[in-house]
Design a protein around this ligand. Sequence first.
Ligand code: COI
Length: 361
Amino acid sequence: ETKVTAVDQTFPVKKTTASRLQSVNFSDLRFGDVFSDHMFELIYENNSWQKGKIIPYGPVNIMPSANILHYGQGAFEGMKAFTMENGEINVFRIHDHYNRFNDSCKRLNIPSIPEETFTQAILQLVDLDREWVPSDKYKSLYLRPFVFATEEFLGLKTSTTYRFYIITGPVGNYYREGINPVKLTTMPDYVRAVKGGVGNAKVPGNYAASLYPAHVAMQQGYSQVLWLDAIERKYVEEVGAMNIFFVIDGKVSTSPLTGTILPGVTRRSVLELCKLWGLPAEERMISIDELFAAYREGRLTEAFGSGTAAVISPVGVIHHKGEVITLDTEKMGPVAERLYATITGIHHGTEEDPAGWCNII
Ligand code: COI
């Protein structure tokens, strides 16, 4: 039984005088190019987070010398809200996203934002722009909380001032392929993260560093890079825009969180659902050679990615040093399909919430 929470009107609101809602074509949504009418803004100065407010979506003024523009002291989250079958709105796993955001802030020496502030801001903003939450089962309102350092100083040091925003926008599928399988390639000359670095934090630099290898991969006809570990260049880690899962010998397997991989909230949901279903699932080091051997022996039956934006995205092709694994290139395999149906069902309230994942407003 899910509980509907009344949203506290904690923050002052300056409403837009010109809503853009009518100009949005909700039947043709891609990912990340449409933004809702309002955003949340919270400023850190004089050693503390000030009172937040909701204002119209619009430009943010910062000085050209701001830390974020040079040294990248910032962090972000990716979350989603859904229209449920009964018309209520579900914001998915806020607490887990907050915890990860807080961990990212810690790693970048950014002052922690209280959980209550984060949660109330999300709920009040989504509630205000609730007409922006698509009602279609395969669409959602993407939420992007982010924080960045604004101090005007070119010496390298921790900033004393920050801004935190939440922007939102209706989205469809993340990949151009829709829910059709994507093609991955390894890029053994490049690495995403090393242990002790920031690979397990959701920070801009990780994504910026992936862009050149991703560009090369795209020129070769692949849509994403499958990252290998930085030391041995042997173990599969993640895809950058999503975590990666394989079904080997009927067992669901994904790389362990050893510090170089983003601890995905959808990754966690997949592992928790497998446990609930009694489906064997494990977190273990998986070498690229093992994958190819399992493929040749017919034991590798599925590969799929998980992520907030990607949800469950099947992988049809994996290329590594001239060799290719070709799985189903037309559709999802049965395990991915079951996970996709269940997770989207939980999002939209047609499947039972297994463990307090839904925040209903
Ligand atoms: C998300 O899945 O929410 C992300 O932040 C990944 C990003 C590449 C869109």
